[in-house]
Design a protein. Structure first.
Length: 827
């Protein structure tokens, strides 16, 4: 395997820079490398309690303000309407500063509240409003008074939303497949935001200079050019939203100043005065200190989320672009290490305030209030050098102390990753705080971007956006979580000649009577035809959704933060970014692999079952003694993915490769290519609810195998065998990411020797060619106790998919799925 961390293009450092760097790096003492957190300060403890104890509410203020703006801008260009609406929201949303806060800004009128985005969808809100407080998971409260106000607001949006536009364009065959959950595209009624802004550039520029550039470009446009109106509108909208974030920050400056005047405590008074100074400066001007950089970054995060109605707004390589500010403050004596750590942990805590309201279907598909704001540490630099620094270690300490769902937190690993950094990450993981950090293989991440046309320097700088999706930071609009294809449903269709046995509708092509297939290859071909057909339907729906976003939901603020948009005078939804991808997810590979292996072995090779017997048994969901006997044969006598058995593992690879290649054939309305992923997040549970019994022995309506992990409880030969199986997939062919979940009993990581073996296990998996792995370090007994006594486990974090969530906030079905995952007791 090529090692993309080869030390090339070394930058020349001056003696002074080397001396300063040496002084700062000397702070990475053996104690810093070995410790697991620094302990909660009183401030951090109180702020953390606020997160844990705050009830989740629906915030209607954004919807009210947005609607008022749209009612006054009818007839104007859509990009201008969006810009003015964002400005109205940021000027009118109630703001607050909590006792002890050092990083300020709010996404909604209250912390841990979810704003409403009626411009994307009104129907689901209207129909489901009364169920939000009582649904199985992701619950929200909303008063009757607010419900009525929201109903009044939603009336304006009928026929004007992204969902309305998509619905008017979708062919009936696509609708049938969506109803059957063979394919699903939540972007038909939600925002698109899985993106890593160009934070290094923005922090060094500030929005005053961005406004100057926009004005200059607007003035230089040729009024006779055919695209003059489009570009002029784009630049005018950019000025509006730049003013909006500046005035938004200055609202906090005024609030902090007012609070400081009334504050009796001397130390808190000084803090509030400093907050006022910082908010008066950033993000209008460039950040010059560690505190300013963190505050600047948080303001931008909040505004993007308020504009886009999406998740996955990714800070990216946090330790790389924030470190210079920390280093400068430490070197100049403006900040002590303890103060810096507390500031960092205030930022870590603040990332937990924004949450998102999903409709009832999406709340099952993406359960646990995920925001997937991924902060990444470690990894190689664009010049090939190793990138670990002091802030990398401090982020691990922050995670060990704070232990909350956000930010998403990842460690990039390569052959030269310092062993002390990896060991410290494993010690933090051992705490059982939601399976953080997750781990990424630089060699595969780099190859992902090279395969998509990036340069070697861009590829080395890759960022896993949101969950696991690879992109060039600051240059990409990837629509990464574009939609899902349920290939377990495709297999079911191939066993029923395209008929959905659940509904009796013909939703797939007629690929032949399966009882007439004379070979496994014929069956496999029928399955592939069903997949190809569903991929086309999925692409059709994704493209329609993207066109609807172009028409109704341009994003002028986000467009300022991704290179290419300002230069091209083109909104990010229109293809303004340098790289434009669409990334759908392939769901169900573990279930399909085990099912195909059982069919091949037991029906076509050993002939222990006839095709008719198997199909009848599946139809009856293994009822009766005979049905259960067949089920046990399928479960126990056929090879299972996850045990280092080429028989089934290579079937999994063939299926994965075929699906990835089918998706990669297509292009999107922005002129970019489709980039496949293989993961499900929590969707394996609801996707399984529409799939009957399968030939792997799974009963009807039960969860599918999740992500690329072996089906629940079927990997019997230990973690190394599991990793060997998963590594046989072609991870490079899925540049939108692959996702491996594993669960270990805490006893497996009890000693330092165990920690060392665990780190070696991660390196071994990456040497085999795996891209990503993450772990739950928790035993089933604890999870079952939490089900019985949720009040005692309010801060029990678990890894759901590539994000973490509070266990007691998940539905019973998803809790059971997590409990059922194989639990390894040794490494």
């Amino acid at each position: 395997m090529v090692d993309y961390s080869a030390r090339a293009d070394r930058r020349i450092r001056t003696a002074k820079n080397q001396e300063r760097e040496g002084q700062i790096m000397s702070l990475i003492t053996p104690d810093v490398m070995a410790r697991v957190g620094v302990g909660l300060t009183q401030r951090i403890s109180k702020l953390r309690d606020n997160v844990l104890l705050t009830e989740k509410e629906i915030c209607i203020e954004r919807a009210v303000l947005l609607t008022e703006s749209y009612q006054t801008t009818e007839g104007e260009a859509q990009v201008i309407r969006c810009a003015k609406a964002l400005k109205k929201v940021l000027e009118g949303i109630p703001i607050y500063i909590f006792e002890g806060e050092l990083i300020v800004g709010n996404h909604a009128s209250k912390p841990r509240s979810a704003p409403v985005f009626p411009e994307y969808s009104w129907r689901g809100l209207l129909d489901e409003m009364d169920s939000f407080a009582n649904r199985p998971g992701d619950k929200f409260i909303i008063s009757e008074k607010k419900k009525q106000k929201l109903r009044d607001v939603l009336g304006y949006w009928k026929g004007k939303t992204v969902e309305d536009t998509v619905s008017s364009m979708v062919p009936c065959e696509v609708t049938q497949s969506v109803d059957a959950l063979a394919v699903y595209v939540h972007k038909a009624l939600e925002g698109i935001a899985e993106v890593c802004p160009d934070y290094p550039r923005i922090l060094q520029t500030g929005f005053n200079k961005i406004k100057e550039e926009l004005g200059s470009r607007l003035a230089s446009l040729d009024i006779a050019s055919p695209d003059y109106c489009e570009k002029a509108g784009f630049y005018q909208a950019g000025v509006i939203v730049s003013d909006a974030i500046i005035s938004y920050a200055k609202r906090y400056a005024v609030l902090a100043s007012d609070m400081a005047e009334k504050e009796k405590d001397f130390d808190r008074k000084k803090e509030l005065e400093r907050i006022a100074e910082i908010c008066d400066k950033v993000p209008a001007q460039p950040a010059e200190s560690f505190w300013e950089a963190l505050q600047f970054l948080y303001f931008v995060q909040v505004v993007i989320q308020n504009e886009t109605n999406g998740l996955g707004v990714t800070p990216g390589r946090f330790d790389q672009y924030i470190y210079p500010y920390l280093k400068k403050d430490l070197a100049e004596g403006k900040l002590g290490l303890e103060n810096a750590q507390e500031l960092l942990e205030c930022f870590w805590l603040k990332m937990n305030e924004p949450i998102k309201l999903w409709n009832n279907v999406c709340a099952k598909l993406f359960a646990g209030f995920p925001m997937t704001q991924n902060c990444i540490i470690g990894g190689i630099l664009p010049n090939g050098e190793e990138g670990t620094n002091l802030l990398s270690y401090m982020c691990l300490d922050a995670e060990a102390d704070v232990r909350l769902p956000q930010p998403g937190f990842s460690l990039r690993v390569h052959s030269n990753t310092p062993e002390d950094l990896l060991l410290k990450a494993c010690r933090v993981l051992r705490l059982g705080a939601g399976g953080k950090p997750k781990f990424f293989n630089d060699n595969i991440g780099v190859q992902h971007l090279l395969s998509l046309g990036a340069s070697i320097k861009e590829a080395r700088d890759y960022v896993p956006v949101g969950c696991v999706e690879t992109e060039v930071p600051g240059k990409t609009f990837g629509n990464h979580f574009a939609g899902l294809i349920n290939i377990a449903k495709c297999l079911e269709l191939s066993l029923n000649n395209g008929l959905d046995p659940r509904t009796g509708k013909q939703i797939g092509p007629r690929t032949g009577d399966p009882t007439a297939f004379s070979s496994f290859e014929e069956l496999l071909e029928a399955f592939k035809q069903q997949v190809s057909y569903c991929v086309k339907l999925l692409v059709c729906l994704i493209n329609i959704a993207e066109l609807a976003h172009q028409k109704l939901a341009p994003m002028p603020f986000l467009s300022l933060l991704v290179s290419g948009c300002v230069e091209n005078g083109k909104d990010i939804t229109m293809g303004g970014a340098i790289y434009n991808f669409s990334g759908p997810e392939i769901a169900g590979i573990p279930t399909v692999a085990d099912s195909l292996a059982a069919l091949k072995r037991l029906v076509f090779e050993d002939k222990r079952l006839t095709k008719e017997e198997l199909l009848e048994t599946l139809k009856d969901d293994f009822q009766g003694k005979k049905g259960e006997k067949v089920r046990q044969m399928l479960l126990n006598d056929a090879p299972k993915y996850g045990n280092d058995d080429d028989y089934v593992d290579l079937i999994a690879k063939e299926v994965e490769v075929f699906c990835c290649l089918e998706i990669s054939k297509h292009t999107n309305p922005r002129g970019g290519r489709y980039s496949p992923a293989v993961y499900t997040v929590s969707a394996n549970v609801p996707l399984g609810e529409v799939v009957g019994a399968t030939p792997d022995g799974r009963k009807a309506w039960q969860p599918l195998g999740e992500n690329i992990s072996p089906c629940q409880g079927r990997d019997k030969k230990g973690p190394t065998a599991t990793m060997k199986s998963v590594a046989k997939l072609d991870h490079v062919l899925a540049p939108n990411g692959t996702l491996l979940n594993m669960k270990f009993n805490p006893k497996a990581l009890a000693t330092e020797s165990d920690i060392k073996r665990f780190a070696d296990l991660i390196r071994a998996y990456f040497d085999l060619g795996g891209y990503h792995v993450q772990f739950n370090i928790v035993d089933a007994a604890t999870l079952k106790n939490a089900q019985r006594n949720p009040e005692k486990y309010k801060d029990l974090l678990v890894r759901v998919a590539a994000y973490s969530a509070f266990f007691i906030e998940l539905s019973k079905e998803l809790q059971d799925d997590i409990i059922s995952r194989t639990e390894f007791e040794t490494i």
